[in-house]
Design a protein around this ligand. Sequence first.
Ligand code: GLN
Length: 488
Amino acid sequence: MYTKSVAQLIEGLRGREFSSAELTRGYLDRIAALDSQYNSFISVDENAAMAAATAADERLASGDAAALTGIPIAHKDIFCTDGMRTSCGSRMLDNFVPPYDATVIQRFKTAGAVMLGKTNMDEFAMGSSNESSFYGPAYNPWDTKLVPGGSSGGSAAAVAGLLAPAATGTDTGGSIRQPAAFCGITGLKPTYGRVSRLGMVAFASSLDQAGPMAHSAEDCALLLNAMAGHDPLDSTSSNTATEDYCATLNNSLEGLRIGLPAEYFGEGLDSTTGECISGALRELEAQGATLVNVSLPHSALTIPTYYIIAPAEASTNLSRFDGVRYGYRCDDPVDLHDLYTRTRGQGFGDEVKRRILVGTYALSAGYYDAYYKKAQQVRRLIKQDFMDCFEQVDIIAGPTTPGPAFAVGAKTNDPVSMYLEDVYTLAVNLAGLPGMSVPAGFVDNKPVGLQLIGRHFDESRLLNVAHRFQQATDWHLRTPDAIARGVA
Ligand code: GLN
Protein backbone atom coordinates (compact mmCIF):
# COMPACT_ATOMS: atom_id res chain seq x y z
CA MET A 1 0.00 0.00 0.00
CA TYR A 2 2.79 2.46 0.92
CA THR A 3 4.51 2.21 -2.43
CA LYS A 4 1.34 3.17 -4.30
CA SER A 5 1.16 6.53 -6.03
CA VAL A 6 -1.50 9.11 -5.18
CA ALA A 7 -3.17 8.25 -8.50
CA GLN A 8 -3.32 4.56 -7.48
CA LEU A 9 -4.55 5.41 -3.99
CA ILE A 10 -7.39 7.46 -5.50
CA GLU A 11 -8.43 4.41 -7.54
CA GLY A 12 -8.11 2.13 -4.52
CA LEU A 13 -10.35 4.39 -2.42
CA ARG A 14 -12.96 4.71 -5.14
CA GLY A 15 -12.88 0.96 -5.81
CA ARG A 16 -13.40 0.30 -2.07
CA GLU A 17 -10.15 -1.72 -1.89
CA PHE A 18 -9.43 0.13 1.34
CA SER A 19 -10.94 3.04 3.23
CA SER A 20 -9.36 6.38 3.99
CA ALA A 21 -9.48 5.46 7.68
CA GLU A 22 -7.42 2.31 6.99
CA LEU A 23 -5.01 4.19 4.78
CA THR A 24 -4.58 7.06 7.22
CA ARG A 25 -4.19 4.70 10.19
CA GLY A 26 -1.51 2.84 8.26
CA TYR A 27 0.50 5.98 7.59
CA LEU A 28 0.09 7.21 11.17
CA ASP A 29 1.39 3.84 12.40
CA ARG A 30 4.38 4.08 10.09
CA ILE A 31 5.12 7.59 11.36
CA ALA A 32 4.87 6.39 14.98
CA ALA A 33 7.12 3.41 14.30
CA LEU A 34 9.72 4.92 11.97
CA ASP A 35 9.94 8.67 12.27
CA SER A 36 12.41 8.49 15.14
CA GLN A 37 14.90 7.60 12.34
CA TYR A 38 13.99 10.44 9.97
CA ASN A 39 12.62 13.19 12.26
CA SER A 40 10.52 14.27 9.30
CA PHE A 41 7.50 15.47 11.27
CA ILE A 42 7.30 18.27 13.83
CA SER A 43 3.63 17.76 14.72
CA VAL A 44 1.15 14.95 14.16
CA ASP A 45 -2.43 15.11 15.41
CA GLU A 46 -3.68 11.54 15.06
CA ASN A 47 -7.21 12.31 16.25
CA ALA A 48 -7.68 15.14 13.76
CA ALA A 49 -6.28 13.01 10.94
CA MET A 50 -8.55 10.07 11.77
CA ALA A 51 -11.61 12.35 12.06
CA ALA A 52 -10.82 13.82 8.62
CA ALA A 53 -10.37 10.30 7.21
CA THR A 54 -13.73 9.16 8.60
CA ALA A 55 -15.41 12.23 7.12
CA ALA A 56 -13.70 11.46 3.79
CA ASP A 57 -15.02 7.88 3.89
CA GLU A 58 -18.55 9.22 4.37
CA ARG A 59 -18.07 11.53 1.44
CA LEU A 60 -16.76 8.68 -0.71
CA ALA A 61 -19.72 6.50 0.29
CA SER A 62 -22.22 9.20 -0.59
CA GLY A 63 -20.72 9.53 -4.09
CA ASP A 64 -19.82 13.18 -3.57
CA ALA A 65 -16.02 12.80 -3.49
CA ALA A 66 -13.71 15.61 -4.61
CA ALA A 67 -10.41 14.99 -6.43
CA LEU A 68 -8.27 14.04 -3.42
CA THR A 69 -10.95 12.83 -1.02
CA GLY A 70 -9.38 10.55 1.57
CA ILE A 71 -5.77 10.98 0.42
CA PRO A 72 -3.35 11.57 3.32
CA ILE A 73 -0.96 14.48 2.75
CA ALA A 74 1.79 15.98 4.91
CA HIS A 75 2.24 19.75 5.01
CA LYS A 76 5.42 21.72 5.56
CA ASP A 77 5.23 23.44 8.94
CA ILE A 78 5.34 26.83 7.23
CA PHE A 79 1.61 26.76 6.36
CA CYS A 80 -0.76 28.12 8.98
CA THR A 81 -3.14 25.44 10.18
CA ASP A 82 -6.22 26.45 12.14
CA GLY A 83 -5.90 25.12 15.68
CA MET A 84 -2.64 23.26 15.04
CA ARG A 85 0.83 24.53 15.91
CA THR A 86 2.73 26.16 13.03
CA SER A 87 6.35 26.49 14.14
CA CYS A 88 8.17 27.26 10.87
CA GLY A 89 11.02 25.24 12.37
CA SER A 90 11.70 27.99 14.92
CA ARG A 91 11.71 28.38 18.67
CA MET A 92 10.10 31.76 17.92
CA LEU A 93 6.86 30.04 16.85
CA ASP A 94 7.13 26.91 18.99
CA ASN A 95 3.97 27.97 20.82
CA PHE A 96 2.10 29.51 17.87
CA VAL A 97 -1.34 28.07 17.07
CA PRO A 98 -2.83 29.98 14.14
CA PRO A 99 -6.49 31.02 14.16
CA TYR A 100 -6.90 30.29 10.44
CA ASP A 101 -5.78 28.03 7.59
CA ALA A 102 -3.39 29.09 4.83
CA THR A 103 -5.13 29.14 1.45
CA VAL A 104 -3.08 26.08 0.42
CA ILE A 105 -4.35 24.15 3.47
CA GLN A 106 -7.89 25.35 2.82
CA ARG A 107 -7.72 24.17 -0.78
CA PHE A 108 -6.50 20.72 0.21
CA LYS A 109 -9.38 20.51 2.66
CA THR A 110 -11.82 21.48 -0.08
CA ALA A 111 -10.28 18.82 -2.33
CA GLY A 112 -10.93 16.27 0.45
CA ALA A 113 -7.34 15.51 1.48
CA VAL A 114 -6.51 14.33 4.99
CA MET A 115 -3.71 16.22 6.78
CA LEU A 116 -1.27 13.69 8.29
CA GLY A 117 0.86 16.25 10.09
CA LYS A 118 3.32 19.11 9.76
CA THR A 119 6.80 18.42 8.47
CA ASN A 120 10.25 19.45 9.64
CA MET A 121 12.06 22.28 7.88
CA ASP A 122 14.98 24.65 8.15
CA GLU A 123 14.19 27.54 10.49
CA PHE A 124 12.04 30.05 8.58
CA ALA A 125 12.94 28.06 5.42
CA MET A 126 16.53 29.31 5.51
CA GLY A 127 18.87 26.50 4.61
CA SER A 128 19.72 23.68 2.25
CA SER A 129 20.04 20.75 4.65
CA ASN A 130 17.25 20.95 7.25
CA GLU A 131 19.93 21.34 9.91
CA SER A 132 18.84 24.81 11.04
CA SER A 133 15.52 23.49 12.43
CA PHE A 134 14.85 24.16 16.13
CA TYR A 135 13.51 20.57 16.21
CA GLY A 136 16.79 19.04 15.07
CA PRO A 137 17.81 17.84 11.63
CA ALA A 138 15.69 15.58 9.46
CA TYR A 139 17.57 12.61 7.99
CA ASN A 140 17.67 11.20 4.48
CA PRO A 141 15.84 7.83 4.23
CA TRP A 142 18.40 6.66 1.62
CA ASP A 143 21.07 6.88 4.31
CA THR A 144 20.35 8.50 7.64
CA LYS A 145 23.92 9.78 7.86
CA LEU A 146 23.02 12.14 4.99
CA VAL A 147 20.96 15.32 5.02
CA PRO A 148 17.62 15.21 3.17
CA GLY A 149 18.25 18.68 1.74
CA GLY A 150 16.31 21.76 2.72
CA SER A 151 14.46 23.72 3.55
CA SER A 152 11.54 21.33 2.81
CA GLY A 153 13.67 18.42 4.08
CA GLY A 154 10.96 16.95 6.31
CA SER A 155 8.48 16.79 3.45
CA ALA A 156 11.04 15.12 1.18
CA ALA A 157 12.10 12.62 3.86
CA ALA A 158 8.49 11.79 4.72
CA VAL A 159 7.67 11.00 1.07
CA ALA A 160 10.93 9.13 0.39
CA GLY A 161 10.53 7.18 3.65
CA LEU A 162 6.96 6.24 2.66
CA LEU A 163 5.50 8.01 5.70
CA ALA A 164 3.23 10.06 3.43
CA PRO A 165 2.25 9.52 -0.21
CA ALA A 166 2.77 13.22 -0.98
CA ALA A 167 3.56 16.50 0.72
CA THR A 168 3.65 20.24 0.26
CA GLY A 169 6.81 22.31 0.28
CA THR A 170 7.88 25.86 -0.40
CA ASP A 171 10.73 27.09 -2.56
CA THR A 172 12.41 30.49 -2.22
CA GLY A 173 15.69 29.52 -3.86
CA GLY A 174 15.48 25.74 -4.29
CA SER A 175 13.76 24.37 -1.19
CA ILE A 176 11.38 22.07 -3.06
CA ARG A 177 13.73 20.99 -5.86
CA GLN A 178 16.92 20.42 -3.88
CA PRO A 179 15.41 18.14 -1.18
CA ALA A 180 13.40 16.36 -3.89
CA ALA A 181 16.69 15.67 -5.69
CA PHE A 182 18.47 14.50 -2.51
CA CYS A 183 15.63 12.17 -1.53
CA GLY A 184 14.86 10.71 -4.96
CA ILE A 185 11.37 12.18 -5.29
CA THR A 186 9.63 14.56 -7.71
CA GLY A 187 9.07 18.20 -6.76
CA LEU A 188 7.61 21.20 -8.55
CA LYS A 189 8.12 24.87 -7.79
CA PRO A 190 5.35 26.64 -9.69
CA THR A 191 5.58 30.06 -11.34
CA TYR A 192 5.64 32.91 -8.82
CA GLY A 193 1.99 33.80 -8.22
CA ARG A 194 0.54 30.45 -9.37
CA VAL A 195 -0.19 29.34 -5.80
CA SER A 196 -1.43 31.63 -3.03
CA ARG A 197 1.04 32.70 -0.35
CA LEU A 198 -1.69 33.66 2.13
CA GLY A 199 -0.98 32.02 5.46
CA MET A 200 2.46 30.81 4.41
CA VAL A 201 4.99 32.26 6.87
CA ALA A 202 6.92 34.80 4.78
CA PHE A 203 10.67 34.46 4.18
CA ALA A 204 11.39 36.47 1.00
CA SER A 205 8.04 37.61 -0.36
CA SER A 206 9.12 38.22 -3.96
CA LEU A 207 10.61 34.70 -4.22
CA ASP A 208 8.52 32.36 -2.00
CA GLN A 209 6.26 29.88 -3.75
CA ALA A 210 4.50 26.72 -2.57
CA GLY A 211 4.36 23.51 -4.56
CA PRO A 212 3.87 19.74 -4.49
CA MET A 213 6.37 16.99 -3.60
CA ALA A 214 5.51 13.38 -4.47
CA HIS A 215 6.87 10.27 -6.13
CA SER A 216 5.81 11.11 -9.67
CA ALA A 217 4.98 13.97 -12.00
CA GLU A 218 1.44 12.62 -12.28
CA ASP A 219 1.02 12.91 -8.50
CA CYS A 220 2.47 16.44 -8.57
CA ALA A 221 -0.12 17.32 -11.24
CA LEU A 222 -2.92 15.98 -9.05
CA LEU A 223 -1.70 18.12 -6.14
CA LEU A 224 -1.12 21.20 -8.27
CA ASN A 225 -4.70 20.95 -9.53
CA ALA A 226 -5.79 21.38 -5.92
CA MET A 227 -3.30 24.14 -5.03
CA ALA A 228 -3.16 26.44 -8.05
CA GLY A 229 -5.31 29.45 -8.74
CA HIS A 230 -6.03 33.06 -7.96
CA ASP A 231 -6.63 34.03 -4.36
CA PRO A 232 -8.37 37.38 -3.81
CA LEU A 233 -6.62 37.53 -0.42
CA ASP A 234 -3.10 37.43 -1.96
CA SER A 235 -2.52 40.41 -4.23
CA THR A 236 0.57 38.73 -5.73
CA SER A 237 -1.38 35.65 -6.79
CA SER A 238 -2.02 35.53 -10.51
CA ASN A 239 -5.24 35.80 -12.49
CA THR A 240 -3.77 33.67 -15.29
CA ALA A 241 -6.15 30.77 -15.90
CA THR A 242 -5.19 27.44 -14.38
CA GLU A 243 -5.25 24.24 -16.42
CA ASP A 244 -6.08 20.64 -15.70
CA TYR A 245 -2.45 19.67 -15.17
CA CYS A 246 -3.28 15.98 -15.62
CA ALA A 247 -4.81 16.46 -19.07
CA THR A 248 -1.56 16.99 -20.99
CA LEU A 249 0.74 14.57 -19.15
CA ASN A 250 0.89 12.14 -22.05
CA ASN A 251 1.51 14.62 -24.86
CA SER A 252 4.27 13.59 -27.25
CA LEU A 253 7.72 15.13 -26.87
CA GLU A 254 8.23 15.08 -30.64
CA GLY A 255 9.72 18.42 -31.68
CA LEU A 256 10.30 19.66 -28.11
CA ARG A 257 13.37 21.88 -27.92
CA ILE A 258 15.39 21.52 -24.71
CA GLY A 259 18.01 24.14 -23.87
CA LEU A 260 21.18 23.07 -22.08
CA PRO A 261 22.86 26.10 -20.46
CA ALA A 262 26.65 25.86 -20.72
CA GLU A 263 26.89 27.38 -17.22
CA TYR A 264 25.01 24.42 -15.69
CA PHE A 265 27.39 21.79 -17.02
CA GLY A 266 30.76 23.33 -16.25
CA GLU A 267 33.13 23.43 -13.33
CA GLY A 268 31.59 22.52 -9.98
CA LEU A 269 29.32 19.77 -11.29
CA ASP A 270 30.14 16.35 -9.87
CA SER A 271 31.07 14.11 -12.80
CA THR A 272 28.83 11.14 -11.95
CA THR A 273 25.91 13.49 -11.37
CA GLY A 274 26.66 14.94 -14.80
CA GLU A 275 26.58 11.46 -16.33
CA CYS A 276 23.15 10.81 -14.83
CA ILE A 277 21.88 14.06 -16.33
CA SER A 278 23.36 13.16 -19.74
CA GLY A 279 21.63 9.78 -19.57
CA ALA A 280 18.31 11.47 -18.82
CA LEU A 281 18.76 13.89 -21.71
CA ARG A 282 19.46 10.95 -24.07
CA GLU A 283 16.14 9.43 -23.00
CA LEU A 284 14.30 12.67 -23.79
CA GLU A 285 16.09 12.81 -27.14
CA ALA A 286 14.99 9.25 -27.86
CA GLN A 287 11.42 10.45 -27.37
CA GLY A 288 11.79 13.08 -30.07
CA ALA A 289 13.17 16.11 -28.22
CA THR A 290 16.02 18.16 -29.68
CA LEU A 291 18.87 19.32 -27.45
CA VAL A 292 20.06 22.89 -28.04
CA ASN A 293 23.11 24.52 -26.44
CA VAL A 294 22.19 27.80 -24.79
CA SER A 295 23.79 30.25 -22.37
CA LEU A 296 22.68 32.07 -19.22
CA PRO A 297 25.54 34.57 -19.15
CA HIS A 298 24.71 36.14 -15.75
CA SER A 299 24.65 32.79 -13.90
CA ALA A 300 27.76 33.63 -11.90
CA LEU A 301 25.85 36.53 -10.31
CA THR A 302 22.87 34.55 -9.03
CA ILE A 303 24.29 33.60 -5.62
CA PRO A 304 25.40 37.14 -4.66
CA THR A 305 22.15 38.60 -6.01
CA TYR A 306 19.96 36.16 -4.14
CA TYR A 307 21.96 36.57 -0.93
CA ILE A 308 21.23 40.31 -0.97
CA ILE A 309 17.55 40.16 -1.97
CA ALA A 310 16.43 37.19 0.13
CA PRO A 311 18.04 38.38 3.41
CA ALA A 312 16.81 41.96 2.76
CA GLU A 313 13.22 40.76 2.44
CA ALA A 314 13.68 38.35 5.36
CA SER A 315 14.95 41.12 7.63
CA THR A 316 11.75 43.11 7.09
CA ASN A 317 9.42 40.10 7.24
CA LEU A 318 10.96 38.86 10.48
CA SER A 319 10.71 42.24 12.22
CA ARG A 320 7.18 41.23 13.27
CA PHE A 321 8.57 38.66 15.72
CA ASP A 322 9.07 41.02 18.61
CA GLY A 323 7.64 39.19 21.62
CA VAL A 324 4.58 41.44 21.64
CA ARG A 325 2.19 40.15 19.01
CA TYR A 326 2.58 36.38 19.07
CA GLY A 327 5.18 33.68 19.41
CA TYR A 328 8.05 33.43 21.87
CA ARG A 329 8.53 36.04 24.60
CA CYS A 330 11.55 36.14 26.92
CA ASP A 331 11.04 35.88 30.68
CA ASP A 332 10.76 38.99 32.88
CA PRO A 333 11.80 41.79 30.52
CA VAL A 334 12.91 44.90 32.41
CA ASP A 335 11.83 47.29 29.65
CA LEU A 336 10.73 47.31 26.01
CA HIS A 337 14.25 47.26 24.60
CA ASP A 338 15.16 44.31 26.79
CA LEU A 339 11.95 42.55 25.64
CA TYR A 340 12.85 42.95 21.97
CA THR A 341 16.50 42.05 22.22
CA ARG A 342 16.22 39.04 24.47
CA THR A 343 13.11 37.71 22.70
CA ARG A 344 14.82 37.88 19.32
CA GLY A 345 18.19 36.80 20.66
CA GLN A 346 16.70 33.68 22.25
CA GLY A 347 13.93 32.98 19.74
CA PHE A 348 15.98 32.96 16.52
CA GLY A 349 18.75 30.52 15.59
CA ASP A 350 22.16 31.40 14.12
CA GLU A 351 21.31 31.20 10.40
CA VAL A 352 18.23 33.38 10.82
CA LYS A 353 20.26 35.96 12.77
CA ARG A 354 22.93 35.93 10.06
CA ARG A 355 20.30 36.68 7.40
CA ILE A 356 18.71 39.46 9.47
CA LEU A 357 22.11 41.10 9.93
CA VAL A 358 23.00 40.86 6.23
CA GLY A 359 19.56 42.04 5.15
CA THR A 360 19.41 44.96 7.55
CA TYR A 361 22.85 46.07 6.40
CA ALA A 362 21.89 45.84 2.72
CA LEU A 363 18.79 47.96 3.30
CA SER A 364 20.37 50.59 5.53
CA ALA A 365 20.64 54.22 4.42
CA GLY A 366 23.78 54.72 2.39
CA TYR A 367 24.04 51.05 1.39
CA TYR A 368 20.59 50.58 -0.12
CA ASP A 369 21.60 51.80 -3.59
CA ALA A 370 24.92 49.98 -3.56
CA TYR A 371 23.45 46.62 -2.55
CA TYR A 372 19.69 46.22 -2.72
CA LYS A 373 19.07 48.41 -5.75
CA LYS A 374 22.04 46.93 -7.59
CA ALA A 375 20.85 43.41 -6.79
CA GLN A 376 17.42 44.24 -8.21
CA GLN A 377 19.06 45.50 -11.40
CA VAL A 378 21.12 42.33 -11.74
CA ARG A 379 17.98 40.28 -11.03
CA ARG A 380 16.44 41.87 -14.12
CA LEU A 381 19.45 40.79 -16.23
CA ILE A 382 19.22 37.23 -14.87
CA LYS A 383 15.55 37.09 -15.84
CA GLN A 384 16.35 38.49 -19.28
CA ASP A 385 18.85 35.66 -19.86
CA PHE A 386 16.01 33.16 -19.44
CA MET A 387 13.66 35.16 -21.66
CA ASP A 388 16.31 35.14 -24.39
CA CYS A 389 16.73 31.37 -24.08
CA PHE A 390 12.99 30.81 -24.31
CA GLU A 391 13.07 32.47 -27.74
CA GLN A 392 15.03 29.41 -28.90
CA VAL A 393 13.80 26.56 -26.71
CA ASP A 394 10.64 25.33 -24.95
CA ILE A 395 12.24 24.21 -21.71
CA ILE A 396 15.68 24.34 -20.10
CA ALA A 397 17.28 21.28 -18.48
CA GLY A 398 20.26 20.61 -16.25
CA PRO A 399 21.17 19.22 -12.85
CA THR A 400 19.15 20.28 -9.79
CA THR A 401 22.25 20.30 -7.55
CA PRO A 402 26.02 20.13 -8.09
CA GLY A 403 26.17 16.70 -6.42
CA PRO A 404 24.17 14.26 -4.31
CA ALA A 405 23.22 14.57 -0.63
CA PHE A 406 26.10 15.36 1.74
CA ALA A 407 26.74 14.12 5.27
CA VAL A 408 24.94 15.60 8.26
CA GLY A 409 27.29 18.20 9.76
CA ALA A 410 29.52 18.48 6.68
CA LYS A 411 28.63 22.10 5.88
CA THR A 412 27.14 23.49 9.07
CA ASN A 413 30.22 25.58 9.85
CA ASP A 414 30.66 26.88 6.33
CA PRO A 415 27.62 28.93 5.26
CA VAL A 416 29.11 29.81 1.87
CA SER A 417 29.59 26.17 0.87
CA MET A 418 25.98 25.59 1.97
CA TYR A 419 24.84 28.53 -0.21
CA LEU A 420 26.65 26.99 -3.21
CA GLU A 421 24.24 24.04 -3.04
CA ASP A 422 21.62 26.26 -4.69
CA VAL A 423 23.76 27.44 -7.59
CA TYR A 424 21.43 25.87 -10.20
CA THR A 425 18.10 26.57 -8.50
CA LEU A 426 18.22 30.19 -7.26
CA ALA A 427 17.97 31.91 -10.63
CA VAL A 428 14.62 30.25 -11.30
CA ASN A 429 13.13 32.07 -8.28
CA LEU A 430 14.82 35.36 -9.19
CA ALA A 431 13.14 35.07 -12.61
CA GLY A 432 9.80 33.85 -11.18
CA LEU A 433 9.81 30.77 -13.43
CA PRO A 434 8.46 27.26 -12.76
CA GLY A 435 11.07 24.56 -12.06
CA MET A 436 10.99 20.86 -11.30
CA SER A 437 13.29 18.17 -10.01
CA VAL A 438 12.84 14.64 -11.34
CA PRO A 439 14.73 11.52 -10.17
CA ALA A 440 17.36 10.69 -12.80
CA GLY A 441 19.81 8.18 -11.36
CA PHE A 442 22.15 7.51 -8.47
CA VAL A 443 25.69 8.28 -7.37
CA ASP A 444 26.80 5.55 -4.91
CA ASN A 445 23.17 4.80 -4.01
CA LYS A 446 22.44 8.51 -3.49
CA PRO A 447 19.66 9.96 -5.69
CA VAL A 448 20.32 12.55 -8.41
CA GLY A 449 17.75 15.07 -9.69
CA LEU A 450 17.23 16.37 -13.23
CA GLN A 451 16.04 19.97 -13.19
CA LEU A 452 13.51 21.17 -15.77
CA ILE A 453 12.76 24.90 -16.08
CA GLY A 454 9.81 26.27 -18.04
CA ARG A 455 8.29 29.49 -19.31
CA HIS A 456 6.09 31.44 -16.92
CA PHE A 457 2.86 29.50 -16.24
CA ASP A 458 4.00 26.55 -18.37
CA GLU A 459 3.75 24.04 -15.49
CA SER A 460 1.78 21.69 -17.72
CA ARG A 461 4.73 21.35 -20.10
CA LEU A 462 7.19 20.57 -17.29
CA LEU A 463 4.82 17.96 -15.88
CA ASN A 464 4.33 16.52 -19.35
CA VAL A 465 8.08 16.15 -19.97
CA ALA A 466 8.64 14.70 -16.50
CA HIS A 467 5.75 12.25 -16.90
CA ARG A 468 6.95 11.00 -20.27
CA PHE A 469 10.42 10.56 -18.80
CA GLN A 470 8.94 8.59 -15.90
CA GLN A 471 6.98 6.36 -18.28
CA ALA A 472 10.31 5.25 -19.73
CA THR A 473 12.42 5.09 -16.55
CA ASP A 474 12.03 3.71 -13.04
CA TRP A 475 14.25 6.01 -10.97
CA HIS A 476 11.18 7.52 -9.30
CA LEU A 477 9.86 4.07 -8.33
CA ARG A 478 12.95 3.00 -6.40
CA THR A 479 12.75 3.06 -2.63
CA PRO A 480 15.53 3.07 -0.07
CA ASP A 481 16.87 -0.43 0.64
CA ALA A 482 15.86 -0.57 4.27
CA ILE A 483 12.27 0.20 3.33
CA ALA A 484 12.27 -2.35 0.53
CA ARG A 485 13.59 -5.00 2.95
CA GLY A 486 10.88 -4.11 5.46
CA VAL A 487 13.27 -3.10 8.24
CA ALA A 488 12.40 0.61 8.11
N1 GLN B 1 18.78 27.36 0.45
C1 GLN B 1 18.25 28.65 0.11
C2 GLN B 1 18.34 29.55 1.32
O1 GLN B 1 18.86 29.11 2.28
C3 GLN B 1 16.84 28.53 -0.37
C4 GLN B 1 15.89 28.23 0.70
C5 GLN B 1 14.48 28.14 0.21
O2 GLN B 1 14.22 27.93 -0.97
N2 GLN B 1 13.53 28.35 1.14
O3 GLN B 1 17.88 30.64 1.33
